[in-house]
Design a protein around this ligand. Sequence first.
Ligand SMILES: Cc1ncc(COP(=O)(O)O)c(C=O)c1O
Length: 425
Amino acid sequence: MNTRTFENTAEFALAMDAADPIRGFRDRFHMPLTEDGTEGIYFTGNSLGLQPITARGYIEQELDDWARLGVEGHVHAKTPWLPYHEFLTEQMARVIGAKPIETVVMNSLTVNLHLMMVSFYRPTLERRKIVIEKGAFPSDQYAAESQLRCQGLDPRAYLVELVPREGETVLRTEDVLEEIEREGDSISLILLGGVNYYTGQAFDMRAITEAGHKAGAVVGFDLAHAAGNLKLQLHDWDVDFAVWCSYKYLNGGPGAVGGAFVYERYAQSFDLCRFAGWWGHDKETRFLMGPEFRPIAGAEGWQISNPPILQMAALRASLEIFDEAGMSTLRAKSEKLTGYLEFLVGQIMNERISVITPTDPAQRGCQLSIKVENADKNLFYTVTERGVFADWREPDVIRIAPVPLYNSFADVYRFAEILNGCLNS
Ligand SMILES: Cc1ncc(COP(=O)(O)O)c(C=O)c1O
């Protein structure tokens, strides 16, 4: 569907909703209310996804089993706790386009990033640099810089930051690829976000991975804003590793357990440097409590501690829903929903705002980033006072993320009316 077929009317939005094959999924989530008790327009699924109505039942099951069985729940709970993370693997693998052996649900994002860098950032005399984006999420920047320092390397010399061209707000793929070629065999690791948290730009992960490998580098992605948002094919794209969180598009709840992907070719690479813990130890012999660490083959071997079951229970509820809806279907709706948002915002003639997210649907996910002239945060306050859940990112952006699982075309239409009212009345 292209922009010319959109219409700026409530009837059109309602007709789009009526024709939406997955409109019913909205009823599977708790929709937060505004102060006056009415349903809000929730566009912050890129920050904290909504609670699946089934999450409570999944968590209560574990609480009941804990009450009933105590320690025996590790083996005798309805969903036994010892292998609990395994019950999430296949569904998570489908969300990220990976094989189960490449996928593990564990820890949180930045922790996983460090674990991956310990294994995959192995600088040599010639290859020492880490390539990231300037303006990457700060945690990635801190993690990369601290890994460099731990290797005795000065980030000012060995951290390469990709910067958009003068006067532009997002990176051009051709510039990213050129920079990788130029830095060539000085690069040890390329670490980019799948989708930039601020601009909403999605990177061409396949092309970047190919260019990185051609240069002899390892390529990893932070998928915080991509998992459950884009149709990922990490295995087919040949990505070396990836990490993500589950509290955004994956609706796993505040502080949800994140995940890591490690390409199959490393499944048996037991000699890789890694921070070991008993949960990554071979399952057959874990409880023999021997002194020698023998990692599980595949991504599971990067686990360290036994996982938080209550958090994983909430995530299971959400992954069930993802499996039912399917990433292809979600993505197809998402492109239309965000396209409609872009169309309606474009109809609001006002010089106080501009959209900095790429217009090409292949270069973005759900989110549009609306830049506010003179960093006027009052616009954000007024919009949120009128029932919109959005967020402000310094210095000057309002992020709006219509999520295909639970947002509607009518939400987008109502938001555009509110924004128009705030700007033009
Ligand atoms: C792109 C990106 N990377 C990293 C993080 C940090 O995640 P965590 O607190 O789970 O380590 C976030 C959090 O919002 C993020 O958006």
